[in-house]
Write a protein that binds this ligand. Sequence first.
Ligand code: AMP
Ligand code: ZN
Ligand code: ZN
Length: 409
Amino acid sequence: MRRIVLRLFLILIFTVSALAGNAAEKPYVIIVSFDGFRWDYPDRGITPNLEKMTSDGVRAITFEPAFPSKTFPNHYTIVTGLYPQNNGLINNRFFDFFKGRQYRVGDTVSVCNAYWYKGEALWETAERQGVISASYFWPGSEVHLSYRHPTYFKKYDGSVPHAKRIQGIIDWLQLPAEKRPHLLFLYFSDTDTYGHRYGPNGQKINEAIRLLDKQIGILRAKIDSIGMGDKVNIILLSDHGMTQLKPDGKILLFKILKNKNVRVDGYGPLVQFFTSSSQEKQAVFETLSAKAKGFTVYKKEDIPEYFHYKNNPFIGDVVAVADLGYTFIRTPKELKKMEHRHPMGDHGYDNHTLDMQGIFFAAGPAFKSGYRCETLHNVDVYPLVCKILGIVPNQKIDGKLERIGFILK
Ligand code: AMP
Ligand code: ZN
Ligand code: ZN
């Protein structure tokens, strides 16, 4: 009898300590986004902290965005594992003509409206399974439905200093265990802003590259200083690259379509046309095809599969994609505006082009070290993070763990 009691006691001790051990070992993942940080910026010899990430962890040669290579569609692809046609954000700005509503990045009402966001974001998957999450800025993290946003999140304000954002992450990591997030998000926009303003090639963009490289160094040093350096997995990525705009790359849509009163949506490298009959659709397609210099035009049903950009009701009947460096101008008013504001760089183009590729670095206990690999795809980050956190991914995703899982230990 006494032996049975002793044995039960030992089993109890073993179980309790195993559970306590597991709790202490629960992994951490921080996803850091450098907006518009092109794949080749780390090779300019001005990013010592990225070099350190490479030797400590994993670096992919390029990181392929989803189409269109714009900010919101891609940040939401990263957290849902769904292409934009399935995650709902088919552009930074688009219409639901059925309901007469518009989604627009600068409009806080639409950005906070869960109506637009399809699929399940990483923070939803995590929180449902008991993993607390936190976001210091991430597209889609501010939706009003309480069960669709992270426990902790900040309303987007681009003027918040870098140091404050980083300290926000550190403060969250120091919360008592029962309140502490294990999945965190952090965002910086400087390389996108400078890339648009000065282009990706000159000296000016290097200032933004240096500045953001410094931030990842500061973040890692601070994590070390609170004794969590060997516990935290950091994934540093970007949503897309950047290309130089051609001085003569303006496609004047209002001149091409002069007699056609067709509904046009979109801007910059991607526009779409909503027609009211198959005859109108054919006419718009033919008119654009006849003048297709610097762009390619598709009927919706003929958009190549590799764009994964077709199966969504808000995509137009005809879609036009500009070649690198070209940009659509819809109205004379828009053209006039461009005279005062001369952007030098842009993105949103074919996501397979080299200029649209972003970066992917990862370091921490889950990752191999000193491991360089081929192109990774941003749609695969969702299942990767689920794997690290030990949570069950949503089954309805486009991402594939088998295309990225080899970077784990
Ligand atoms: P774009 O270059 O048009 O694809 O978008 C980049 C811009 O999106 C950045 O310069 C930011 O100002 C803006 N942005 C990024 N994240 C957010 C967010 N969570 N909420 C609102 N605006 C954002
Ligand atoms: Zn972006
Ligand atoms: Zn941008």
